[in-house]
Design a protein around this ligand. Structure first.
Ligand SMILES: Nc1ncnc2c1ncn2[C@@H]1O[C@H](COP(=O)(O)OP(=O)(O)OP(=O)(O)O)[C@@H](O)[C@H]1O
Ligand SMILES: Cc1ncc(CO)c(N)n1
Length: 263
């Protein structure tokens, strides 16, 4: 194998390893990229929910960022859980200094268990530097202040968030009732497109958002335009959900299948 392309995730640790840093690194490896990681927080978490959260000091986050960026040629970066406004501020500063190329911002605010993992104001600071932002319906609602319950509202939210600074926004609809399809709405300089894929009938959806944004980052790192990158990420998620449908890992919402990919 030739030297792989390097990508970076700035996110929280999920001890159950279905979401967060662990999901990101699995996706990076599955798609043939070399993954580096900057931890923002440590969560005690499993398939049933989040039990505890320890945010790391902003200096510790900046130190990790400096170590990675001073030694690796990072082609794309994704951010997930940032934890605190102070950490988000440190990341925004790096973005403003042009140190975070092809930035994918997954505005993680709340885990499915309802546990708060971030604050709106912190994420908003990062959006102007995002090549792509990937809010789910709840995050889009929190960021815009308007409910997001259908494709029309997803479209309005994507447009509002793009107007607020991100170059491209894709509002993901894993939790939106769209029948037997999983529908996402992309808005950017080329206009608005609706992405549709078969909805995988499974309760094991832990880490879909993290995996989607991580796959998008890999494809951007490899040179894909944004619409191509998110379409590939959607295919990845659909296949990884289907692969783990019958897995029995934990008693709650289990993780996805990142095995068996050839880059
Ligand atoms: N059951 C499903 N079948 C097919 N695709 C799905 C399903 N659930 C989610 N997706 C897709 O997964 C991607 C991530 O979207 P989603 O809205 O689930 O993110 P999220 O809510 O942030 O995930 P997380 O569970 O990590 O918080 C989108 O492309 C969405 O359409
Ligand atoms: C660490 C972490 N990041 C993101 C999410 C969102 O799925 C999660 N549950 N845990």
């Amino acid at each position: 194998m030739t030297t792989p392309t390097t990508v970076l995730t700035v996110a929280g640790s999920d001890s159950g390893a279905g979401a967060g840093i662990q999901a990101d690194l699995k996706v990076f490896a599955a798609l043939g990229a070399y993954g580096t990681s900057v931890l923002t927080a440590v969560t005690a978490q499993n398939t049933r929910g989040v039990d505890a959260v320890l945010p790391l000091p902003p200096q510790t986050v900046s130190d990790q960022l400096d170590s990675v960026l001073s030694d690796f040629t990072v082609r794309a970066v994704k951010t997930g859980m940032l934890g605190t406004p102070a950490v988000a501020g440190a990341i925004a500063e790096a973005a403003a200094a042009g140190r975070l190329p092809q930035l994918v911002v997954d505005p993680v605010l709340v885990a499915t268990s309802g546990h708060r993992l971030g604050v709106v104001e912190a994420v908003v600071r990062l959006l102007p530097y995002a090549r792509v932002a990937t809010p789910n319906s709840a995050e889009a609602a929190a960021l815009t202040g308007a409910p997001v319950t259908g494709v029309a509202e997803m479209t309005a939210a994507a447009r509002a968030l793009a107007a607020g600074g991100a170059e491209w926004v894709i509002v993901t609809g894993g939790d939106v009732d769209t029948g037997d399809e999983a529908v996402d709405v992309l808005h950017g300089p080329d206009g608005t497109t609706v992405l549709r894929a078969p909805r995988v009938p499974t309760r094991h959806t832990h880490g879909t958002g993290c995996s989607f944004s991580a796959a998008t980052a890999v494809r951007l790192a490899l040179g894909d335009p944004v619409p191509v990158a998110v379409a590939a990420a959607k295919e990845y998620v659909t296949r990884a959900l289907a692969g783990a449908r019958d897995w029995e890992l934990g008693a709650g919402r289990g993780p996805m299948d990142h095995f068996g990919w050839s880059a």
